[in-house]
Structure formats: structure tokens, C-alpha cells
Design a protein around this ligand. Structure first.
Ligand SMILES: Nc1ncnc2c1ncn2[C@@H]1O[C@H](COP(=O)(O)OP(=O)(O)O)[C@@H](O)[C@H]1O
Length: 283
């Protein structure tokens, strides 16, 4: 991973044409085969480096939950650009005010800002000797995807999918403990089957008693803003799915139900063998 952060910064400064040309030399790969060759500690297949994966998916689909579990399992950092943005929002000053205005309307922050935040996070990781990563919430625009493809090799992109009515309910049910930082969801979602298909039940993920009085809701998780974020996803991020599909790096995964069932099936889809270690990550 050494140098990826500097390369992303440098690439972001070059012209769009150069970036497209850089991405065009990436060799097509079969994502399923790649995933199948990942070892227990997340080593990549060719050079012993660890996995470099990314998660795509609408707000509320559960990117954070599954990216965080996989990162623990594979021994690589989970880097969520939404968290980087929220950290930046927490520091006082005109920059965070400007950011808050954008985020609280459900819009994306500029590619330049997000690349700066991500490069800084990758630099810190390089200094600590981190290897590999699981990105969550990046890339979210075609330009971000082209920049990333131009500077490093993304092995696999996992695209999580869930029906739209469940997405809104999941975002509105999200809660975080202001003390321990754990994420929960108070929504209990029951959806009828579509076209004769099976119904789906997503149970709530309730906080333990010690967190109950300390729950907070994200300012951008109101119905109006969530609906805007979904529109922004369809307009700006959906094309990124096609970008990785064309490069045979996209693994589509329909969330089948609650976390235990979905996690087990995701591991199966990734051909990651279940073991005692992995069972503990499910608990
Ligand atoms: N890659 C990105 N590009 C632009 N803006 C981003 C990116 N990642 C996060 N953001 C900003 O941070 C907000 C929160 O992101 P995130 O926590 O990933 O939310 P979501 O639940 O919508 O997936 C986004 O709505 C957007 O304003």
C-alpha cells in the first residue's frame, strides 16, 4: 500500500483524460476467483499483500456492518469515508461548517475534499505499517473510481443490495451510542415478498441497557435527507457499479435477511471458509 496515498493526491491533480487512460490498462479479473483465493488472514493472491476491497451500496444497506466484520476477519483496516467526514465535522471552524451544510442536505462532498481526507487516512496507516484495506463509501463517483483505479489495484468490489423501502426504514432506525461508539438499529422491518417471492424480516439490533440512554441519531438520517441521498446514489454512484462490472471486479450481493444470516451467506459468496475465528465475528 506504500505510496497509494501520495499517488491518489497526485492523480487527483492531473487531468481527467490522463486518469481514464491510466484506468484502461487495468487487467480484467474474475472477481469470484479473486475472492476464492483470499487466505485466512486476508492475504492477496499474487504478491502476499493483503486484500484491497471496496464496498458499494445505498445508504442503509449495511456497508459499515459487513465491511467492519470483514476487516476484523481479514486483518485489514476498515476505512469508511463517511466516518472521515464525520470526524472532520467534529472539529470547529469554517471548513466543518461548510462540510455540515453539504452533508446535512444529503449531497456528496467534492472529490477533492474526500480525496484529501482519504489520502491523509492512508498516510497515517502507512506510517503505522498497515497493509491492505476495506474501503466503505469510496469510490462514490466515476471520477473517484478512475482515480483509485489509476493508482492502485482494487481486487474486489462488493455491491450490497436491499429493497428501497427497507433502506429508508433502516436509515431512520440507525442509532449510535455517544459513549462507546457502537452502532445499533431500532427498526423492525417486515417486507412482503415481491412477485410471489419470500417475505423478508430484518430484526432490530437493540442496544444493551447501559447504552439505551446515550443513543444519538445522525443529523443526515431524516426522511427527507435520506431520500435525497438515495437519489444522489442513483445518479452519481450507480455508474460506478458498471465501472467495476466491466472490469469483472464486481460481486453483487442481495441482503437476504438479518445480520447472522446475511453474514453467513456473504462469507459463502466470498468463498471464505467458516471457522472458529469467523464464528466469533458473527456473534
Ligand atoms: N466518497 C465520498 N464522496 C463524497 N462524499 C462522501 C463520500 N463518502 C462520504 N461522503 C459524505 O459523507 C456522508 C455520509 O457518508 P456515509 O456515512 O458513507 O453515509 P451513507 O449512509 O449515505 O452510506 C455522505 O452523505 C456524503 O456527504
Amino acid at each position: 500500500m506504500a505510496g497509494v496515498s501520495r499517488a491518489i493526491r497526485a492523480c487527483a491533480a492531473t487531468s481527467q483524460r490522463t486518469l481514464v487512460a491510466a484506468s484502461a490498462v487495468a487487467l480484467p479479473k474474475e472477481a469470484r476467483v479473486k475472492a476464492a483465493t483470499v487466505g485466512r488472514r486476508g492475504r492477496g493472491p499474487e504478491d502476499g499483500r493483503r486484500v484491497q476491497w471496496a464496498f458499494l451500496g445505498c445508504p442503509g444497506v449495511g456497508k459499515g456492518t459487513y465491511a467492519s466484520r470483514l476487516s476484523q476477519l481479514l486483518g485489514v483496516p476498515h476505512i469508511a469515508t463517511g466516518d472521515l467526514v464525520r470526524d472532520a465535522l467534529a472539529s470547529p471552524g469554517p471548513f466543518s461548517k461548510k462540510l455540515a451544510e453539504i452533508v446535512n442536505q444529503g449531497k456528496l462532498v467534492s472529490d477533492e475534499i474526500i480525496i484529501n481526507l482519504l489520502s491523509r487516512r492512508l498516510e497515517e496507516g502507512e506510517e503505522k505499517g498497515e497493509l491492505g484495506f476495506i474501503l466503505d463509501g469510496f469510490p462514490r463517483t466515476m471520477r473517484q473510481a478512475e482515480i483509485l483505479e489509476g493508482v492502485t489495484n482494487i481486487d474486489l468490489v462488493i455491491n450490497l443490495k436491499l429493497r428501497e423501502e427497507a433502506l429508508v426504514a433502516r436509515c431512520l432506525g440507525r442509532r449510535m451510542c455517544s459513549q462507546c461508539g457502537e452502532n445499533f438499529n431500532v427498526a423492525s422491518i417486515d417486507i412482503e415478498g415481491e412477485n410471489g417471492g419470500a417475505p423478508m424480516y430484518l430484526p432490530p439490533l437493540l442496544p444493551p441497557p447501559q447504552c439505551e440512554s446515550k443513543l444519538i441519531t445522525r443529523a443526515d438520517d431524516t426522511e427527507e435527507v435520506v431520500k435525497n441521498r438515495l437519489r444522489v446514489y442513483h445518479d452519481l454512484t450507480e455508474p460506478v457499479e458498471g465501472f467495476y462490472k466491466a472490469r469483472q471486479k464486481l460481486l453483487e450481493f442481495n441482503i437476504p435477511g438479518g445480520i447472522p444470516e446475511s453474514w453467513r451467506k456473504l462469507l459463502e459468496a466470498l468463498n471464505i471458509e467458516d471457522s472458529d475465528n469467523m464464528r466469533s465475528a458473527v456473534a
